[in-house]
Design a protein around this ligand. Structure first.
Ligand code: NDP
Length: 284
């Protein structure tokens, strides 16, 4: 059996189209232009590329973007002052502070300072708390994208056994909560898990978010399982690969995301969806 390749590029384009229609409706009927403030501190090249991609996708989805580029020497007090200003600005619906911040800055304090109603990245403790209660408001974008991919390939997690590899606040923990909220039976694995292969073998849904190139082998995948590969890793040869060994895993999976063009494109689309939702909730 050869599994279906889940086309994240096409599905994200579909989602961005839906967002564009929702944003255009807000503009036409209520004169609201959903506005996202993006804060980028320093000159991390990967972050700069990502921020540029966000700006382009936002324009196409009728979302206004305001870029705030700050030098790497920005102090905590200066960054907190900008966050306070954006929190108070009635035009700004969503605030995205691009992570990672330079090491001298306390990113937890910055996230805690965000107005939760503008936290379109879903990382404020209030939003993570709502998610843990099973009453999500703003959900972190990559996990939200993973759930949409499952829906698009017709996989209802209810009653299925899901294994999440990785327990970060950004990806692993929220995806596990979303899967639980969708009635999956969820096992979380991490670097201290004794037998990763054994856990994966029992899973109907595998979400890999560990940042270890091709560590999950095809023979670990239960026949018919759905595999979402969140990992983005660069090999010594400069090739982008996921956390799953794609060519062997697709021999067993029912459906699987490639890297690139799988989970990755969904993140920006979900950020825009959250921004339009924030505009609707705040002003609509
Ligand atoms: P973190 O480094 O924050 O977390 C990695 C997690 O993986 C930790 O929980 C860690 O366990 C676990 N882990 C590490 N090594 C192993 C191992 N050998 N066996 C089992 N578990 C292990 O990473 P993120 O969650 O931020 O990101 C994970 C991956 O996803 C990265 O490749 C990142 O680039 C990618 N990513 C992709 C996005 C996208 O848009 N597609 C968005 C965000 C991230 P422990 O807690 O015990 O240390």
């Amino acid at each position: 059996m050869i599994g279906q390749i889940i086309d994240g590029t096409a599905i994200s384009a579909k989602l961005r189209g839906e967002v564009a229609i929702a944003a255009a409706a807000l503009r036409a009927h209520q004169q609201i232009v959903p506005t996202l403030a993006v804060v980028l501190v320093g000159d991390d090249p990967a972050s700069a590329v990502y921020v540029k991609a966000k700006a382009k996708a936002a324009r196409e989805a009728n979302v206004d973007v305001r870029d705030h580029k700050l030098p790497a020497t920005t102090t905590q007090a200066e960054l907190m002052a900008l966050v306070a200003e954006l929190n108070a600005d009635p035009i700004v619906d969503g605030i995205l502070v691009q992570l990672p911040l330079p090491p001298h800055l306390d990113s937890d304090a910055v996230i805690r300072a965000l107005d939760p109603s503008k936290d379109v990245d879903g990382l404020h403790p209030t939003n993570l708390g709502y998610l843990a209660q099973g009453k999500p408001v703003f959900v972190p974008c990559t996990p939200k994208g993973c759930m949409r991919l499952l829906r698009e390939v017709g996989v209802d997690p209810a009653g299925l056994r899901a294994v999440v590899l990785g327990r970060s606040v950004l990806v692993g923990k929220p995806i596990a909560l979303l899967l639980q909220n969708a009635n999956a039976t969820v096992t979380m694995c991490h670097s201290k898990t004794r037998d990763l292969a054994d856990e994966v073998r029992r899973a109907d849904i595998v979400v890999a978010a560990i940042g270890r190139p091709e560590m999950v082998r095809g023979e670990w995948i239960k026949p018919g399982a759905t595999v979402l590969d969140v990992g983005i890793n660069r090999t010594a040869e400069g090739k982008l690969v996921g956390d799953v060994h794609f060519t062997s895993a697709i021999q067993h999976a029912h459906a699987i995301t490639p890297v690139p063009r799988g989970v990755g494109p969904m993140t920006i689309a979900c950020l825009l969806e959250n921004t339009v939702e924030a505009a609707r909730r705040r002003r609509g």
